[in-house]
Write a protein that binds this ligand. Sequence first.
Ligand code: ADP
Length: 275
Amino acid sequence: MSECTHDCSTCSQNCSERKPESFLEAPHKLSNIKKVIAVVSGKGGVGKSTVTTQLACHTQAKGLKTAILDADITGPSIPKMLGITDKAYGTEDGLLPVKSNTGIDVMSVNLLLDDETAPVVWRGPVIGGTVKQFWTDVIWENEDIMFIDMPPGTGDVPLTVFQSIPVDGIVIVTSPQQLVSMIVKKAANMAKMMNIPIIGIVENMSYFQCPDCNGIHHIFGESNIEEIAAEYGIKHVAKLPINPETSKKSDEGLSEYNLNPFIESMVEAVIDYEK
Ligand code: ADP
C-alpha cells in the first residue's frame, strides 16, 4: 500500500481513515444563503406546500430576506399560493428567482414552463437534476433563510436533494391520522439517516373549531403528535386547525396577506435555530 496522501478523492484504498464521499453541490458563485430549511412530509396532500409558504411569509414579514426553492417538481404549487404569474428569466450569469408581492425569492418549475398546466412527465434522475440546478444555477442573492418545499415521501428525489444541497434543518409536516404517524416516522428516520436535525413537527389539519359553538372537532382523529415528537427528541410542535380560509387564500394567491398565527412558534424555532 502506498503512503497516505490524505486525499481520498485520488485514492482507491478502503482504509479506516477513508472519509465518506460527499455529493454536496456548490451553490451558484453569486449566491449567498445563510440557512437552508427543508419542509418534508411522508405523503402528499397533508399541507406541506401550505406550511412552506406560511413559514416563508412569516420570516419575510419579520424582515428576513427569504427564498423558496420549490423542489416538488411534479406538483409545484408555491407560485400559485403566492400569486406569482411572471416567468423566470436568466442572464449571462445564471437564472434569476421571481419575487413575490412581498419580495420572497421563488424558483419553481412552473416559472419555467410556458403552460403551467403542462404535466411534468420526467424520470427520477431528470427531476433530481432539475432540483440540483435550482441550487447550482439560480442566483440566490443574500438570502437569510431558504425554505425547500420537498417532494413528498422518502424516494429518489428527496434523497438526491438531501445529498446535494447542504440542508441545515428539517420541518416535518403531517396530519393526525394513525396511518400518517407511521409515515412520519419514516420521514423522521430518513432525516436521522441523512444526519440532518429535525427542528420541529407541524400537525396540519389538526382539528376544526366550529365558528358557531366554538367546539373543537378532531375530523381526522385524535392527535398523537406529542408522543411521536418525544420519541424522536423533537422539541417544537405546532398544530394548525382546518380553516377553509387557508385554502381559499392559497387558491387566490393571497397567502402573504393571510398569515396563520398558529405557526408562529415554529417560525421562531426556525429563526432561532443554529446548527
Ligand atoms: P401538499 O403540499 O402536502 O401536497 P398542500 O399544501 O398543497 O399539500 O395542501 C393540500 C390542500 O389542502 C390545498 O388545497 C390546501 O389549500 C389545503 N389545506 C392545507 N392546509 C389546510 C388547512 N389547515 N385548512 C384548510 N385547508 C388546508
